[in-house]
Ligand binder design. Structure first.
Ligand code: ACO
Length: 429
């Protein structure tokens, strides 16, 4: 017999179906509640509401689990590459050798950006935030690469997905080079996806960039652990905007805007800013730990704690390893990285943090890793956006194929004034 829930309002009982996910999560299906009872539900921030059924990513914050299409993120970080993980997320299965080669060739073929787009990059003010530039330019891609009526819908989607994955990386590096007034470096067919990105960022005619495979591996890992995190704010934005059936570029552009927010993608930047402020104050972490513990001080240690993970964030564990590997091979010590290590040590042994399960989160280590890779601070969130692209794309694809699809249109509880008369301007007090 199917499990149901009943709610009773003013003596009337309504029966609602319960749906169960493949990992045992249960939800009351309230989609028919308004029709049956005239009642709606109230859930600010959708904190208790599932907006869809999804077979892409599983997160269990209590047990510290993150899996893409069933595969633990730890295994992907160890054995996979970002490109292979992107294929898995978007297509549902790991690729065969031929499929992976084909996908890599396509990414290479689509990695150039229309030359006319350079004019846009060149004319943004130097002070423009790279996330603002990226969201505008992703939206502009539709103008440069319009739909071709001869293509089937499937062909159109496939080419758009490939363009996005490939060009966003090129555009991010291009905007950095133009911002610095440097010569733009073009993608190379002989480099892997992350190696190409590092080369486009840091190669210069006067100082050729030496590709270090350990840094490439670390960047692969950074992007793999950021590739999807089910219905977070930016992914929900992609699904919501996409539900109006806009083109994929516009939906992804909306996701980039949501990720820009300091409460979402901006935390890795906040970690480094906090470390800089510790350095400016003499480098002693103790006063900052004391402030974090002080109930009367709103200060929080950036990069510690997580809304969903009440145990160690599995991504943080992976990032810490990657970070340690990179830091250990650096010949020149970065004083900020030393401060980070001291902070981590103290916080992991302090009862305040232990009792509240405040472990370092993925942003703590990713801020440090990105700095070690030489990524400028204001591009940290752009790095997150490149990593999150496969997640946004796969969630968008799933939503447009969903038989239960509906345009997102939440309801509200109106609490404004009741009907009143219009008062002509001369009679208003
Ligand atoms: N530093 C010091 N104390 C903290 C911190 C912190 N970073 N985070 C939580 N606490 C304390 C709270 O003061 C609270 O203490 P109390 O029980 O004595 O009142 C207790 O821990 C529980 O905190 P909540 O506010 O219930 O935790 P919540 O789930 O609301 O917050 C959040 C999670 C927003 C991530 C929080 O830990 C935080 O602000 N961290 C710093 C910012 C950060 O790193 N964000 C990135 C998250 S990862 C990501 O988004 C990819």
């Amino acid at each position: 017999m199917k499990e149901t829930a009943t709610i009773t309002v003013n003596g009337k009982t309504f029966e609602l179906p319960i749906i169960t996910g493949s990992e045992g999560e249960r939800a009351i299906d309230i989609s028919g509640l308004r029709q049956k009872s005239g009642l709606i539900t109230f859930d600010p921030g959708f904190a208790n509401t599932a907006n869809c059924q999804s077979d892409i990513t599983f997160v269990d914050g209590e047990r510290g689990i993150l899996r893409y299409r069933g595969i633990p993120v730890e295994q992907l970080a160890e054995h996979s590459t970002f490109v292979e993980t992107a294929y898995l997320l978007i297509n549902g299965e790991l690729p065969t050798k031929e499929q992976l080669n084909g996908f890599s060739v396509l990414l290479n073929d689509h990695s150039l950006v229309h030359e006319d787009m350079r004019a846009f990059f060149e004319n943004f003010p130097r002070s423009a935030h790279p996330m603002g530039i990226l969201s505008s330019m992703v939206n502009a891609l539709r103008a440069f690469y319009p739909e071709i009526p001869e293509r089937t819908e499937e062909e159109e989607i496939n080419i758009t997905v490939t363009r996005l994955l490939s060009k966003v990386r090129t555009m991010a590096a291009m905007s950095y080079k133009i911002f610095r007034g440097h010569k733009v470096v073009y993608p190379r067919h002989d480099l892997t996806y992350p190696a190409n990105f590092l080369n486009m960022m840091f190669d210069s005619p006067v100082r050729p960039y030496h590709i270090d495979e350990d840094l490439v591996k670390a960047l692969n890992i950074f992007w793999i652990v950021h590739a999807d995190h089910e219905q977070n704010c930016s992914t929900a934005a992609v699904r919501l905007v996409g539900s109006a059936r806009v083109n994929l570029y516009a939906a992804i552009s909306a996701g980039i805007c949501a990720l820009w927010g300091p409460l979402h993608g901006g935390a890795n930047q906040a970690v480094v800013e906090m470390l800089e402020s510790i350095q400016k104050n003499g480098g002693d972490v103790a006063p900052f730990i004391a402030r974090a513990r002080d109930k009367n001080d709103p200060f929080r240690l950036m990069g510690f704690g997580h809304r969903v993970y009440r145990t160690y964030d599995p991504r943080a564990r992976i990032m810490k390893k990657a970070c340690d590997r990179v830091l250990n091979k650096m010949t020149q010590r970065d004083p900020l990285l030393d401060i980070a290590r001291r902070l981590e040590e103290v916080a992991l042994s302090e009862s305040y943090f232990i009792e509240r399960h405040l472990y370092p989160n993925v942003d703590f280590y990713s801020g440090i890793l990105l700095r070690a890779l030489g990524i400028p601070l204001n591009m940290f969130t752009v790095m997150f956006a490149i990593g999150r692209l496969p997640g946004w794309i796969s969630q968008w694809k799933e939503s447009i194929d969903d038989p239960m699809w509906k345009m997102c249109r939440p309801r509200q509880i109106y609490i404004g004034p009741n009907e009143r008369e219009y008062v002509p301007i001369g009679e208003r007090g």
